[in-house]
Write a protein that binds this ligand. Structure first.
Ligand SMILES: Cc1cc2nc3c(=O)[nH]c(=O)nc-3n(C[C@H](O)[C@H](O)[C@H](O)COP(=O)(O)OP(=O)(O)OC[C@H]3O[C@@H](n4cnc5c(N)ncnc54)[C@H](O)[C@@H]3O)c2cc1C
Length: 432
């Protein structure tokens, strides 16, 4: 089947995750005149920061342009993992010691998020049953094995290399030449996690106002004035937590974040045998392709959730669902006759150095650009940004002093992405 087959399935364009966790509109009748902290963005970053601040008795107001969480935080596939690029990239850019610090902290973000979910009793199908990373090419597998060995030796990192002969115990395809299992990773139901975080932040006393874009932030002698269509609010501190949707609010940030739209699809309910024919170990899987694919069982174990991006050309989830469905069926011929019920997009923010950014710009705090591993990182760096606002001793992170780069002629419109994606497709296609 070609991945250009015309749409033949009935799909919903809302994320599958919203079936169990619909988006909610939070709208206090009036905005307060003054708060300690105004947060722009009610995704994982903004809400995690709000929770930490409200628990320490700060008056917090979180603005969201849409319903809270309708950015990436309720659209993602819920893989809880480290960014596999971090170690190699950080070593090349900053040397081994700094790379190890960054990698350790990336792992610590998983521990933080798991602990947050457990401590707050957020019911979001948390599973820490490991994640499989498939090596698409022999060179990737060799590099993976070298890195695994180095990380095991240097920091006791828990990872098992999987030779080709054992790949089918992890994933039901011959597409990979080997891989690795990272036992400390796992997955959640993304939108239930977001709703839980929203509840806990509200219960702790934070206020959240949906459907209210922040239009302007102006610095004053004792803080900021935050302007929105619902009025102005004075805030001593501001946190920008807008990730891919940063828009024109802070042009400095806009020039440093590449907004990229990831896509997801989900199958109709399938028998347990069918599900296990795709994910025998019932754990999430990713791969080393430049245009990586993700696959996992749905949290209730009845469907397959598949993610990736076929091309940058389409913006209609109906069309993208058909193309992504064709890729899924090519990788897993055992799914050739299954129907796709949901197909959706979601915005994710990538930095040029492909690492998250936490920092301060003209007095405003920001945490964003998870590139795109934000399920563990966004709650973690949201919390850390809150600690910076609180001037707490444990606010420091290994990401604090990393560069936040832009490129000449980049003003926030990634005009070059279709060409980059086409090039990546070619690189993924050429021989192993
Ligand atoms: C399809 C998809 C799959 C993904 N899968 C994974 C995965 O499996 N694992 C993983 O680790 N990561 C994944 N990610 C990435 C992860 O979801 C994000 O990194 C994370 O959710 C970022 O959270 P955030 O709070 O920073 O941003 P968002 O959740 O995007 O929140 C930003 C919010 O800011 C609001 N906003 C923007 N501008 C304004 C303004 N001017 N005024 C008010 N509000 C504003 C937006 O409305 C939005 O709600 C995926 C992303 C996508 C899109």
């Amino acid at each position: 089947m070609s991945d250009r087959t015309p749409p033949a399935e009935t799909t919903q364009s809302n994320p599958y995750w919203w079936d169990a966790a619909p988006r909610r509109s939070e709208a206090p009748a009036t905005l307060p005149e003054r708060v300690d902290v105004a947060i722009v963005g009610a995704g994982y970053t903004g809400l995690s920061a709000a929770l930490t601040l409200a628990r320490r008795s700060r008056e917090v107001l979180v603005f969201d342009a849409e319903a809270a969480g309708s950015g990436a935080s309720s659209r993602n596939q819920g893989h809880l993992g480290v960014n596999r690029h971090f170690y190699a990239q950080a070593t090349a850019a900053f040397g081994k010691q700094k790379a190890l610090q960054i990698f350790r902290e990336d792992e610590a973000a998983i521990d933080f998020t798991v602990d947050l979910i457990q401590r707050e009793k957020i019911e979001c199908y948390l599973q820490r049953n490991g994640r499989f990373v498939g090596a698409a090419k022999t060179g990737h597998y060799d590099q993976m094995a070298r890195e695994a060995e180095a990380l095991r030796r240097e920091i006791g990192y828990d990872v098992h290399t999987i030779p080709r002969a054992e790949v089918r115990q992890q994933i039901g395809t011959d597409d990979y030449v080997g891989g690795e299992v990272r036992p400390r990773e796992g997955c959640v139901h993304s939108a239930l996690f977001h709703n839980g975080l929203l509840d806990r932040a509200l219960r702790a006393g934070a206020r959240v106002v949906s459907g209210t874009p922040v239009q302007h932030v102006e610095r004053t002698k004792d803080g900021f004035v935050v302007s929105s269509p619902k009025g102005k609010v004075h805030a001593r501190d501001v946190l920008i937590a807008t990730n891919a949707l940063s828009g024109d609010l802070v042009p400095y940030i806009k020039r440093r974040i590449l907004p990229y739209h990831g896509a997801g699809i989900v199958t109709e309910p399938l028998s347990p045998e069918r599900i296990r024919s795709v994910v025998p170990a019932m754990r999430p899987c990713v791969d080393t392709r430049k245009l990586g694919r993700t696959v996992r069982p749905s949290p209730d174990g009845t469907r397959i959730v598949f993610g990736g991006r076929a091309t940058m050309a389409e913006s209609d989830p109906g069309v993208s669902g058909v193309r992504l469905g064709a890729i899924m069926r090519r990788v897993f011929p055992q799914l050739s006759d299954v129907r796709i019920t949901h197909s959706w997009f979601g915005p994710t923010g990538i930095t040029f150095q492909k690492m998250p950014h936490i920092g301060l710009y003209e007095g405003m705090h920001c945490a964003l650009g998870y590139s795109p591993y934000g399920v563990a990182q966004a709650p973690y760096l949201g919390h850390k940004a809150a600690l910076r606002i609180l001037r707490a001793n444990d606010a420091a992170t290994a990401f604090d002093d990393l560069p936040f780069e832009t490129r000449p002629l980049y003003f926030g419109n990634p005009w070059f992405l279709p060409a980059v994606v086409a090039y990546y497709r070619y690189k993924d296609f050429i021989s192993r």
